[in-house]
Design a protein. Sequence first.
Length: 75
Amino acid sequence: MTVETFVAGLSRPEKLLAMELIWRDLRNDGKGLESPSWHDDEVNRRLANPLARIIRCIWSFRCKVVLRKTLRKAV
């Protein structure tokens, strides 16, 4: 059985638990995790424009409101 086959057979809660266990193991193995090369650039970009995050949150909220209204009309 491959890892892919094993994972495919897990329920969603089991997959989430497995992810949590894997991350905990990786975090505690003493070797550390390296960030991808693009990570520092992305962090700096977001820190340079904190208003953009607020705007995205507002936009996301507005989209959810419109979607809920649309779905209620469809039901």
